[in-house]
Design a binder for this molecule. Structure first.
Ligand code: BES
Ligand code: MN
Ligand code: ZN
Length: 510
């Protein structure tokens, strides 16, 4: 059924050069400052470049660009002139975004290969080699497409390849240095693209068993992976997770991924993900409209898998465990009912008043298991947990809930650096009374108001030791059904891989 997946973009680094056969992009700074390659081109063409910029009213502002088509003596195809804005002010993430939009412009037509000249008059804050590497990362992320099920050519060439570049040559002053810097960014981009692949995959293909298998493939990059099956989960007493899974003919799995790049015996960081491969709502069934989007309800788990891949591929000097709870939430003769009371691994009983509030049931058990087994230094969970978080924050920000201000600070700093936005939301004892149940220790829904907050408050009841720093990211708005931007062609964003990679790098790698 599947056709060949398009090969990932091939990126190479070469020295600065002004001669090109195909498509070429150059950067021009605010105030129309031309660096050496730009100047050479302009002189060779008797000022066509600066003249065209005038005609196009282009001054080098960021996001502005124009094309010179088949300029005689300069390029057979075209030259794309891209505004880099005020270069000294560009953040790391700005360079990534610039690389993404450059790729978007370069790939807009038929050419298969292109050159990107990363040269500016003003020195980038991160250094010129790093700027080139970050632009290459942006290009790689932008090049991602999910096309494995397209058997028609989709507007592509004779080989069914989409109309996009296969190769990008990045020209810069220190290509060796840039290539080295890129290795790390490429690892992270590969993690993002793996997360996107998992989120895009339809649920008929990616059931809980298949998802755990995909996690197992991380063995290839040196991650230790175990998969717990239903018998294991029963023995552990994961009644909350199993209650969700029981309506599906496809059995639950929990995958445990360990990357031990840090000091021996040092407590790991734990990342826990909601992996509901499809959320029909169960007996509390969802409306048909838009239900197809619920194939993305494993976005939290996908981010955890993508992150583990990234950390392992770049050989992060840190101990990390990733745990994902993979289930399918289906209505059936065997499904759990509203009013059922389940016993979680923690021992706490939960009254399931709405079977569509299933993510917190899955996380309750996986969070508990993560703490009991690994005694982590800190825990971050990710989940497409509530529609309510989108009502509160829209689709730009993920909701951040935490019991620890330092952890919040570190996540906010990583968020600023990567552009994956988080907004802190409240945990509060006052929410507890909304989830106290008269028939069990806790119930799985609050009331009408503050749905994302009561969900987070529910999760907090499964943090064993109140002193363990814990953060919960509600990524319902950011992980799936996302819009296009400079570095993503939409739907599955791979949100959180870059954020958490940075969080780990800045706070835990010595
Ligand atoms: N997976 C959904 C949350 C969701 C909604 C994610 C839309 C992405 C897009 C979650 O399991 C759910 O159904 N939550 C309910 C909770 C309610 C029943 C308390 C919700 O948000 O409506
Ligand atoms: Mn649900
Ligand atoms: Zn769900």
């Amino acid at each position: 059924m599947t056709t060949a997946e398009p090969k990932p973009l091939d990126i190479v680094f070469q020295p600065l050069a002004a001669r090109h056969d195909g498509v070429m992009a150059i950067l021009v700074e605010d105030g129309m400052k031309l660096a050496s390659v730009g100047q050479t081109l302009d002189e060779a063409s008797k000022g066509i470049l600066t003249q065209a910029a005038k005609v196009a009213d282009f001054k080098g502002k960021v996001k502005a660009s124009f094309e010179l088509l088949a300029p005689v003596g300069l390029a057979q195809d075209r030259i794309v002139v891209i505004g880099a804005g005020k270069v000294a002010d560009l953040s790391d993430n700005d360079w990534v975004l610039l690389g993404g939009s450059a790729f978007g412009t370069l790939t807009a037509r038929k050419s298969k290969a292109a050159s990107l000249v990363v040269e500016t008059v003003t020195e980038p804050g991160c250094g010129p080699a790093e700027a080139a590497a970050l632009m290459a990362m942006g290009a790689l992320l932008r090049s991602y497409q999910f096309r494995k099920y397209l058997t028609r050519d989709g507007g592509g060439d004779d080989n069914g390849q989409p109309p996009s570049l296969a190769k990008l040559v990045v020209h810069c002053a220190e290509p060796k240095k840039a290539e080295k810097a890129f290795a790390r960014h490429q690892a992270v981009a590969n993690g993002v693209m793996l997360a996107r692949d998992l989120v895009n995959e339809p649920a008929n293909v990616l059931g809980p068993v298949e998802f755990a298998e995909r996690a197992k493939a991380l063995k290839d990059v040196g991650v230790k992976v175990e998969v717990l099956d239903v018998e294991d989960l029963e023995k552990l007493g994961m009644g909350a997770l199993l209650g969700v899974a029981q309506g599906s003919v496809r059995p639950a799995r929990v995958a445990v991924m360990q990357w031990s790049g840090g000091k021996k015996g040092e407590a790991p960081l734990a990342f826990v993900g909601k992996g509901v491969v499809f959320d029909t709502g169960g007996i509390s069934i969802k409306p048909a409209q838009g239900m197809e989007d619920m194939k993305g309800d494993m976005g939290g788990a996908a981010t955890v898998v993508g992150l583990m891949h990234a950390l392992a591929e770049r050989k992060a000097k840190v101990n990390v465990v990733g745990l994902i709870g993979c289930v399918e939430n289906m209505p059936s003769a065997n499904a759990q009912r509203p009013g059922d009371i389940v016993r979680s691994m923690s021992g706490q009983t939960i009254e399931v008043l709405n079977t569509d509030a299933e993510g917190r049931l899955v996380l309750a058990d996986v969070l508990w298991y993560a703490q009991e087994r690994f005694k982590p230094a800190a825990i971050v969970d990710l989940a497409t947990l509530t529609g309510a978080i989108m009502v509160a924050l829209g689709k730009e920000y993920a909701g951040l809930y935490s019991n620890n201000d330092d952890l919040v600070g570190a996540l906010q700093a990583a968020s600023k650096a990567t552009g994956e936005k988080v907004w802190r939301m409240p945990l509060d004892k006052a929410y507890d009374k909304l989830i106290d149940s008269k028939n069990a220790d806790v119930k799985n829904i609050g009331g009408r108001w503050g749905g994302a907050c009561t969900a987070a408050q529910f999760l907090q009841r499964f943090i064993k030791d109140k002193a363990t720093p814990w953060a919960h990211l509600d990524i319902a708005g950011t992980a799936m059904d996302s819009g296009r931007n400079e570095i993503s062609q939409g739907w599955a964003s791979g949100w959180g891989v870059r954020l958490l990679d940075r969080f780990v790098a800045d706070g835990y790698e010595g």
